[in-house]
Design a protein around this ligand. Structure first.
Ligand code: SAH
Length: 275
């Protein structure tokens, strides 16, 4: 019988985590971002969001020791838990076997089929591939993501125009999602303790990744290579058309001062001119 992860206190969960790792003979691998949640409040907060949105199926990214997996399983019909490390996946299977609604898949989250991403996504995700995961979620049909990532990255997602963390990923996700930083957790919320703070965020889809999103992404890729330059010059260079006549305000702004709506206006004019 495997003892379930306790939510009684941080101390209890830390002890459970250390004992489980010891009994499995597993030394966490830094290169796989293996830092396991030991703060029950973080799990309880995620559970609250799940209870609010009531998803049928959840895709969990990076199950680790199954701490989150175990507790969210009671809140939905099915959890599909993806874990790249076979030793951990094997343990999570044992831990959740009796629950009857958890499917554990040993795989790289970036390699799995698109259909899995149609579900609500939950997870304390592996930090070294945060960008790739956010982009994959963006391009999928995932209606809602409730995920923990490093605080700096979360701040990039919600940054406002002109702020130094504002960039391509901010704008493309502004187009696709309503985003919110729910809470920030200190390094000791995880074991082994990482060097960074973490943030729990929610991303609720407001648009599909459509043709406009594709064109927007292309335009952002080109223009943000010169984020501090005057926008009209950079846009001219990237699109080969002069649109500053139609959008006089473009002459006064740098690339990183443009909001999502301003980029959408640029795209709109570009399409009109090209027709
Ligand atoms: N969610 C767990 C584990 C967090 S650590 C918890 O909160 O305790 C991140 C987990 O992601 C680790 O278990 C790591 O092995 C796994 N992981 C790392 N890269 C991955 C990848 N490409 N695909 C799937 N899982 C991955």
């Amino acid at each position: 019988m495997v003892k379930p992860p306790p939510l009684t206190s941080r101390r209890d969960l830390l002890l459970w985590t250390k004992r489980t790792l010891f009994s499995l003979g597993i030394k966490p691998k830094k290169k796989l971002s293996q830092s396991f949640v030991v703060e029950p409040q973080l799990i309880i907060e995620i559970m609250r969001y799940i209870q609010h949105y009531k998803p049928l199926t959840i895709l969990e990214i990076g199950a680790g020791l199954g701490t989150l997996t175990y507790h969210i399983a009671s809140l939905c019909k099915k959890v599909i838990a993806i874990e790249i490390d076979g030793r951990l996946a094997f343990f999570v299977k044992k831990l959740t076997r009796d629950l009857g609604n958890v499917e554990v898949i040993t795989a790289d989250i970036l390699e799995i089929d698109d259909v899995f991403f149609n579900n609500v996504i939950v997870g304390n995700i592996p930090y070294h591939i945060t960008s790739d995961i956010i982009l994959r979620i963006s391009k999928s049909k995932c209606p809602l993501a409730i995920i923990t990532l490093q605080r700096e990255f979360a701040e990039r997602l919600v940054a406002k125009a002109s702020e130094h963390r504002y960039g391509k990923i901010t704008i493309i996700t502004d187009y696709l999602f309503e985003k919110k930083i729910c809470s920030v957790y200190p390094p000791i919320a995880f074991y082994p303790t990482p060097s960074v703070y973490s943030a729990l965020i929610t991303m609720k889809r407001i648009r599909d990744y459509d043709d406009i999103a594709k064109s927007l992404e292309k335009l952002l890729l080109c223009t943000f290579t010169e984020r501090n330059k005057l926008a009209y010059k950079v846009v001219n260079k990237c699109t080969n058309i002069d649109i500053s006549g139609e959008l006089p305000w473009l002459r006064e702004k740098r690339v990183d001062q443009l909001t999502l709506n301003e980029f959408l206006e640029i795209l709109h004019i570009m399409l009109k001119i090209r027709k």
